[in-house]
Design a protein around this ligand. Structure first.
Ligand code: NAP
Length: 336
């Protein structure tokens, strides 16, 4: 059995992860930790929560676990990672702390000194489909962001094939409200969100932008600039992005479709829909899928990509990464 611990278990990604771990046949949950609710149980926090007792983070028995998941805000995650690694654990961090390789870029976008810059070189960026080999030997995984996962899976075939792009790639993305976490904020109150649809951090100002641009620069020799405009959708969960890619030269629609079908042919969690079908949130919610569709409009390729932000965009991908790291069947415990 893989002995697992979860920090931040009372948050949205933490609760989703604990729920997945409880169903995993090869996992024993050793502890679930909470700073605010130690001494209570998950049942008191969530309808459908189990009787697992919440312990204080400082009481976590890090010498009794093999893997620790960090479902914490950035900064708190990196500090906890250091303690968990020092105790001999593998660490899967759902925060942004180890996603950006350049400390200066992290400090610019997150506005704080990096709490553990010495760990950045060894952290593996855990977009599972493109990191399997590195995942098998690492002890530290940076689980990608939710928007980032949705967009990078959509862009990878074009980028890795060095397809020529003629201008900026525009990403028009929408997320359900759980993407903002469970901590109360004015803009996620029911009265603000219900019957509304609002943009935020549009253009080049959202923190997932440098993460996406970093990764596409690993794939494409002349990566395009991204314009990324997220929106808050009045639904609990799910992300849908329309990604507008201006292609250079003559567009061979059949060849591009074949490229996508080929890259994802054997992927259990990524589906490219047949021509004429469009990806929707209903294709993905409560699953670990990324479902995408391709639409051509002249020289513009529009990739519509959808995920569940709490599953493939967070807890599901974290579990998928754990499966690869520990040599389990990659799909165990996850809805395909
Ligand atoms: N929501 C998403 O769709 C999503 C997707 C991908 C990645 N992420 C990332 O995953 C992480 C968790 O996100 P979330 O949406 O689950 O957030 P959340 O619902 O706000 O939960 C975070 C949890 O962390 C604990 N916490 C808060 N501040 C802390 C601190 N200073 N020190 C220690 N623990 C603290 C809180 O639990 P206690 O007070 O009970 O300890 C809280 O329940 C974040 O880094 C987020 O960016 C989120």
């Amino acid at each position: 059995m893989i002995r697992a611990g979860v920090f931040g278990a009372t948050g949205y990604t933490g609760f989703e992860l604990v729920s997945l771990l409880e169903q995993h046949p090869e996992v024993e949950i050793v502890f679930v930790a909470s700073q605010s609710y130690a001494g209570r149980s998950l049942r008191e926090m969530y309808v459908g929560g189990s009787d697992l007792p919440l312990i204080a983070p400082g009481d976590a028995p890090l010498d009794a676990t093999d893997v620790v998941f960090l479902c914490l805000p950035h900064a708190a995650a990196a500090q906890t990672a250091v303690a968990a690694l020092n105790a001999g654990n593998k660490v899967i961090d759902l925060s942004a702390d180890f996603r950006l390789k350049d400390v200066a870029v992290y400090e610019k976008w997150y506005g704080i000194p990096h709490p553990a810059p010495e760990l950045l070189p060894e952290a593996i960026y855990g977009l599972t489909e493109f990191a399997r080999e590195s995942l098998q030997s690492t002890r530290l995984v940076a689980n990608p962001g939710c928007y980032t996962t949705t967009c990078l899976l959509a862009l990878q075939p074009l980028m890795a094939a060095q397809v020529a792009i003629n201008g900026d790639v525009v990403i028009d993305a929408k997320s359900g409200v759980s993407g903002a976490g469970r901590k109360p904020k004015t803009n996620t109150l029911f009265v603000e969100v219900a019957n509304n649809f609002s943009p935020y951090s549009i253009g080049r100002s959202h923190r997932h932008l440098p993460e996406m641009e970093q990764v596409i620069s690993w794939w494409h020799q002349t990566p395009p600039q991204l314009i990324f405009s997220p929106h808050l959708l009045p639904v609990p969960r799910g992300i849908l992005a329309n990604i507008y890619v201006p292609l250079a030269g003559t567009v061979d629609q059949a060849a591009l479709r074949a490229l996508y079908e080929d890259v994802y042919a054997d992927e259990p969690f990524v589906r490219v829909l047949p021509a004429g079908e469009l990806a929707t949130l209903a294709h993905v919610v409560h699953t670990n899928r990324c479902v995408m569709s391709l639409t051509f409009a002249g020289n513009m390729l529009i990739i519509t990509s959808a995920t569940d932000n709490l599953v493939k965009g967070a807890a599901g991908q974290a579990l998928q990464n754990m499966n690869v790291m520990f040599g389990c069947e990659e799909t165990v415990g996850l809805v395909r």
